[in-house]
Design a protein around this ligand. Structure first.
Ligand code: PEP
Length: 256
């Protein structure tokens, strides 16, 4: 057992999966099982088009519901984008920023990340800021450099007093959706790098409030092991968050 100073955080990223009916079924099942939430925080990140419906069902439970992306401007000519206020209006209380699919498929720039994180915080949305190296970067011994560069950009406009509202997700790109999970040593090393960087950036007290999640092919049979790694405060789950049979055992990683 790790001696936790931060509340465990289990988050599901539905990406562009599930139709409306399946989304509502799944959220009802999770809500029913979660009760008062107990000692862990649970959230799902939902396609923007279903946020209003899903938050309506989740209401009255401790379940968090978030968007998968935002644009940092308040209003304007940004076709296809969603503003922080729009997310709030449909009930979202949090948001993913910098997910690797946004960075790599949609070519989101490092330079945008600080403004996105700031815009989320200014609109009372809890950001999960996602970072992680590609396979080439890992093979080229550039993992640490990549993580620090992504942290520099995402935390550009962060103040120490924002820390308790911030979460970082370490998601090695080569482990996302591939079935290949990072080893315990790789996860521990990356999380130590992130924690150390945070201490230098915002000071020890504030850094200790930031949760660091692991994401990348998390499944019911590796969740407990991953949560036992020092410095892992939670999990960001893609594929396995799409069905109650696989997501609930991850939420209840230590109860089985
Ligand atoms: C993710 O999308 O953030 C993710 C970690 O996906 P998967 O669990 O499917 O690897």
């Amino acid at each position: 057992m790790t001696n936790r100073i931060r509340k465990p955080y289990i988050a599901g990223n539905w990406k562009m999966n599930l139709d409306r009916a399946h989304s509502l079924d799944l959220i009802k099942t999770i809500k029913g099982r979660l009760g008062d939430g107990g000692d862990r925080e649970v959230a799902v990140f939902v396609p923007a088009i279903y946020l209003a419906d899903v938050t309506a069902v989740a209401q009255g439970s401790p379940l968090g519901v978030g968007g998968q992306n935002l644009w940092f401007e308040g209003v304007g000519a940004f076709t296809g984008e969603v503003s922080p206020r729009m997310l709030r209006e449909v009930g979202a209380d949090r948001v993913l920023i910098g997910h690797s699919e946004r960075r790599h498929i949609f070519r989101e720039l490092d330079e945008w990340m600080g403004r996105k994180v700031r815009a989320a915080l200014d609109c009372d949305l809890l950001p999960i800021y996602c970072i992680g190296e590609t396979l080439d970067e890992r093979k080229g011994n550039k993992t640490e450099r990549t993580l620090k560069k992504q942290l520099e950009s995402g935390f550009e406009k962060v103040r120490p007093e924002d820390s308790h509202r911030l979460t970082v997700a370490y998601e090695p790109v080569w482990a996302i959706g591939t079935g290949e999970t990072a080893t315990a040593e790789q996860v521990a090393q990356a999380h130590r790098t992130i924690r150390k960087w945070l201490v230098q950036r915002v000071g020890e007290e504030a850094a200790n409030q930031v949760r660091i999640l692991y994401g990348g092919s998390v499944k019911p049979d590796n969740a407990k092991e991953l949560m036992a790694i020092d410095c892992v405060d939670g999990l960001l789950v893609g594929g396995a968050s799409l069905q109650a049979e696989t997501f609930l055992p991850i939420i209840e990683y230590n109860l089985r």
